[in-house]
Design a binder for this molecule. Structure first.
Ligand SMILES: Cc1cc2nc3c(=O)[nH]c(=O)nc-3n(C[C@H](O)[C@H](O)[C@H](O)COP(=O)(O)OP(=O)(O)OC[C@H]3O[C@@H](n4cnc5c(N)ncnc54)[C@H](O)[C@@H]3O)c2cc1C
Length: 250
């Protein structure tokens, strides 16, 4: 039995799997859901809403060369049907977004991990979830997993109103959608975090998105008080850099 608010790190055996695209679905102009299947998914485990898998994208110009590795969130895994959903942001550059834009049924892709899960328990009274388009798969998974007695204060910054997506949750969710140029996402998110009307209760703070923006958001979390162990911020991509993934500690 876990102690109250105990954040657990669980290691998984690192397995590489070759998966097949079963379906693709445009959720909005810039979100594409790809459903992968295949016997290779047997034993796939993802315990944490912000787990990540590594996807290996071959270079279409040099299929035998070294593939590009990128991190993605296992949005939903159905063990019975052996189906894994991943939601791709179609941002228009890079091997991953380009692969997704062209993905078709029957195509294969190699996936590795998750190597581990950082399980943030669902027993916090308040869950602050902040991020940009790349964080939405993890945030919407968290909202689905939270119990009815939890509260969630969510701020999502998206480039376009048309990419605002529906979500399901039993929790009491207060959500703000922000829109604008991704270059100024940090400023918008910081102002929204500072203005959150949070109740005085145990609060877990989580954020992910563009690295520079997340470096601004983390201090805004710290300013809201509470133990640092209950704050997690990560850079999911970095403007002008390929395949960036950074944990933001300070
Ligand atoms: C733990 C983790 C989980 C993630 N989960 C998801 C997920 O579920 N869905 C998802 O879509 N992404 C997710 N990401 C983000 C994704 O890994 C990055 O966006 C990655 O850079 C995409 O690779 P690429 O090959 O498309 O572009 P890259 O080759 O990495 O980059 C090419 C260019 O595009 C820019 N770029 C990269 N990403 C974006 C973006 N989102 N918007 C605008 N410009 C961008 C880069 O700055 C660079 O200039 C996650 C990242 C991490 C670390």
């Amino acid at each position: 039995m876990s102690a109250l608010h105990e954040i657990r790190r669980v290691r998984h055996e690192l397995v590489r799997r070759e998966l097949t695209v079963l379906r693709t679905q445009h959720l909005s102009p810039h979100y594409l859901r790809v459903t992968f299947g295949g016997q290779a998914l047997a034993g796939f485990t993802s315990l944490g809403f912000d787990d990540h898998v590594k996807l290996f994208f071959p270079d279409p110009a040099d299929p035998q060369g070294e593939p590009s590795m990128r991190d993605y969130t296992p949005r939903r895994y159905d063990a019975q049907r052996q189906e894994l959903e991943i939601d791709f942001v179609l941002h228009g550059h890079g091997p991953a977004a380009s692969w997704a834009a062209r993905a078709s049924v029957g195509q294969t892709l190699v996936l590795g991990g998750p190597r581990g899960s950082n399980v943030i328990p669902a027993d916090f009274a308040v869950n602050v979830l902040v991020g940009d388009a790349t964080a939405w798969p993890a945030i919407s998974r968290r909202l689905e997993e939270l119990p009815a007695e939890a509260g969630a204060w969510v701020i999502v910054d998206l480039g376009e109103v048309a990419d605002t997506l529906p979500f399901r949750s039993r929790a009491d969710v207060h959500i703000q959608w922000l829109h604008g140029d991704t270059a100024t996402s940090g400023e918008r998110l910081v102002a929204a975090v500072a203005a959150l009307p949070l109740p005085d209760a145990d609060t877990h703070f989580w954020a992910a998105g563009e690295t520079t923006a997340m470096r601004q958001v983390r201090p805004a979390f710290v300013a809201r008080g509470g133990p640092k162990a209950w704050i997690k911020a990560a850079g999911y991509w970095r403007r002008g850099a390929a395949g960036a993934h950074e944990t933001i500690e300070e």
